[in-house]
Design a protein around this ligand. Structure first.
Ligand code: SAM
Length: 230
C-alpha cells in the first residue's frame, strides 16, 4: 500500500475560500433537490463539506493535466463535480443510469457554470459502443465492488490510461479483483490509503493502469458484472 498524505488544509481552503461561491451553491442545490431526486443521505452542511466535497477533491493530484475523464455512476455528481470546480483543465463525461439523477446533474452543471457531457445510460452498454477505449481516466465512487467496477470502468480507458476507484478501506476488494484486472487489460494497481480529518473515516483510492486492450467479450452485460464478478 502506498503512503498518501493529502494536504487536507489546502483542499479545505479550495472548497471554503477559493471556490466558496460554487461549493456553497452546489451544497444548496443538493439540499433543495434532494427530496425530488433522491440524491444523498448526507444533508448536514459540515458533512457535505467533508464526506462529499473533500472526499471528492482528494483524487485531484492523481489526474493528469488535461485528461479526458469518464465517471461511472455519477449520482449527484461525486466525485466529478467537485473535481471540475478545482480542475478546469479536465474534460468530463458523466454516465448515470437513472434519468432523474441526470436531470439533476444537468441543472447543477448549468447553475455552476460548468461544462460536461451527461449520458443517461448503463456503463456496460456504453462501453460496448462509441465510448470504448476513448478516455484517459475512468473513475467511480460507491458504485460497485472493485471486481465488478473494473468490468464497468476499464473498457472505457485507452491503453496507457488508468481507472481510479474511490473506496473505503479497499484492501480486501483489491485482493479479490486481481483476476478481473488481468482479464480486463489492467496492470499495476496502486492503493493509496488515508483518514479523512475530524473522524470522518478511512478512505482509499485505487489506481489501476490499463496495459492492454480489453477483450471484446467484456463487459459481458445483462447484469453479469454484478451477479457473477470475474
Ligand atoms: N458516485 C456517487 C456518489 O459517490 O455519491 C453516486 C453513488 S450511488 C450509490 C451509485 C450510482 O451509480 C447510482 O446513481 C446508480 O444509478 C449508478 N449506477 C449503478 N450502476 C450503474 C451502471 N452500471 N451504469 C451507470 N450508472 C450506474
Amino acid at each position: 500500500m502506498a503512503t498518501f498524505t493529502p494536504c487536507f488544509q489546502e483542499y479545505l481552503h479550495k472548497i471554503t475560500v477559493d471556490n466558496r461561491e460554487k461549493f456553497d451553491c452546489f451544497s444548496a442545490l443538493l439540499v433543495e433537490f434532494n427530496r425530488k431526486y433522491n440524491l444523498t443521505s448526507i444533508t448536514e452542511a459540515r458533512e457535505i463539506v467533508y464526506k462529499h466535497f473533500l472526499d471528492s477533491v482528494i483524487g485531484e493530484k492523481l489526474l493528469t493535466e488535461g485528461a479526458r475523464v469518464l465517471e461511472v455512476g455519477s449520482g449527484a455528481g461525486f466525485p466529478s463535480i467537485p473535481l471540475m470546480i478545482v480542475r478546469e483543465d479536465l474534460r468530463f463525461t458523466l454516465v448515470e443510469s437513472t434519468g432523474k439523477k441526470c436531470d439533476f446533474l444537468r441543472i447543477a452543471l448549468q447553475k455552476l457554470g460548468l461544462k460536461a457531457e451527461v449520458v443517461n445510460g448503463r456503463a456496460e452498454e456504453l462501453a460496448r459502443q462509441d465510448f470504448r477505449e476513448r478516455f484517459d481516466v475512468s473513475l467511480a465512487r460507491a458504485v460497485a465492488q472493485l471486481n465488478t467496477l473494473a468490468e464497468y470502468c476499464l473498457p472505457f480507458v485507452k491503453v496507457g490510461g488508468y481507472m481510479l476507484a474511490y473506496k473505503g478501506e479497499g484492501a480486501e476488494e483489491l485482493q479479490q479483483a486481481k483476476r478481473a484486472l488481468s482479464l480486463l487489460g489492467g496492470g499495476k494497481a496502486e492503493h493509496f490509503s488515508y483518514e479523512l480529518p475530524e473522524g470522518f473515516g478511512a478512505r482509499s483510492l485505487i489506481r489501476i493502469e490499463k496495459v492492454s486492450p480489453t477483450p471484446a467479450r467484456y463487459p459481458r452485460g445483462q447484469g453479469r458484472e454484478r451477479r457473477d464478478p470475474l
